[in-house]
Design a protein. Sequence first.
Length: 552
Amino acid sequence: MKTNSKVLALKYRPTVFEDLIGQKIISDTIVNSIKDNKVPNAYLFTGIRGVGKTTTARLVAKALNCLHGIENLCKEKLCNNCESISNSNHIDVLEMDAASKTGVDDVRDLIEFSRYGPATAKYKIFIIDEVHMLSKQAFNALLKTLEEPPQYDNGGGLKFIFATTEVKKIPITVLSRCQRFDLSRVKSVELFNYVKKIKDKENGNITDEALKLIVKISEGSVRDALSLLDRAILSTEKNNELDLSGAQKIFGYFDKSQLIDLFKNIFEGNEEKVLNSYRLIYDQGIEPKIFLNDFLEILYYFKNVNSLKIEGTNFSLNDEQFQSIKSLVEKLDNETLILFWQFTINTMGELDIVANQNLSIEMFLIRLIHLKAISNTESIETSHKENNSPKKNFSEFPIKKNDSLNTNNTIDQIKNIAQEKKNKNKNEQGDKFQIKSFEQLIETCILKKEIKLKYELETNVNLVSFENKRIEISFNESLDKEFIKILSMKLYEWTKERWIITLSKEVGKMSQKDTIKYNKKKILDDAKKSQTYKKILETFSDAQLIDVESED
């Protein structure tokens, strides 16, 4: 390995295939193809940043041009070709950055240069990094040379090696002429062992927990991991050990225990503690979007903690945090967690249109506290006169009034748990629940907290007809395969009667969501035809009508 660079990502850059971690299958395939003399005209390496695309390209160039041959590739003492390729100054191995040379003229220069045979090596090799940045005309200019590259008198030829992070932007005509290799993210355990080995070589005083945080942040990228390790070593004094807490401050990450405590306060409905916990996290310099991403991650663990193992969580949680989540999740239901997930995703979209993102997050947390209770709308008309104080535990999810943080009273419109049980018992005694329209069916899904069923009815179902105990529908490809079975079961559970649900070849009415979109677009189009809008355009020619709101 190179030892003449101060930057770890370059200092420990692999110089032989054996040093390349996480890509053994790809390495073996390339070496075997060279040994069998079945080398493609063009290689294409794709994957996320820092997994070894450009490094692998150089290793291929060395393997093709090493003076000792593929069977005895240089490892310690490099031959002239291998050394020049490692230093990026070999006359026959040209590296080009497509981000800065995107035009057809640049590619024409390459093609013109390819007419002349290699000076000292067997193969002339063009390595083009970020190849997706080339223009359409530049790609077209390459096609003929890619398919039939020139052959030289020394028995070698011209080889292209492409590297990209966005393979979808490359024309299919180019892809079909390349041998493609998808470099995967390096597994957490493998990357941890590698980073730890580099840390020991650099005499870094860093705990394993801090190294695990580095692995987590790097997301499978070796270069990112080494850059973070470099930063951690430089931030540590010789006699002091960098622990997890110190690493979190350096990298702008906060202790997941704080987030788990915040979740606990949300589940208990403690608004004051929730806001104080978030403000403490925000004061540590955590950006709102990073906070929401970590929020989603912990929410994922709440939902799936019973099917996960500690070693399978990508070093995100320690034993104590894992057990804390496991104890909390016993008192939660899946519907609440799924609602939280959807609500958080929606809030991430709101951040782009809100000036003060911090205030938006605080309102998001307050809404989460009220979310479960607000969704509980059973018999809301009769609940205005009720104002009982429920017990404080997870299952009842108390909601506090806005006028005081110290009161345990529920919102007037929300029924307490005792009322819910009373209504439930009443229904079980034989009272029939009637559903007379498609709209009432959707309202019943809200009432019964069947959020997924409501989503399918609103989004993926086109109503053909709705009669007494008979529903005829058409649907799109996104409809859940179990939809009809689930709907039939729920209708019988709610009405105590059998319903017939049939699929029709007729198109049916537009779904509710499509109807809303259509009506909104129609109102917007009508507004654009109005005289008022035309007058505005006369004064402000670049004005755009984005939305129309009613004054009602």
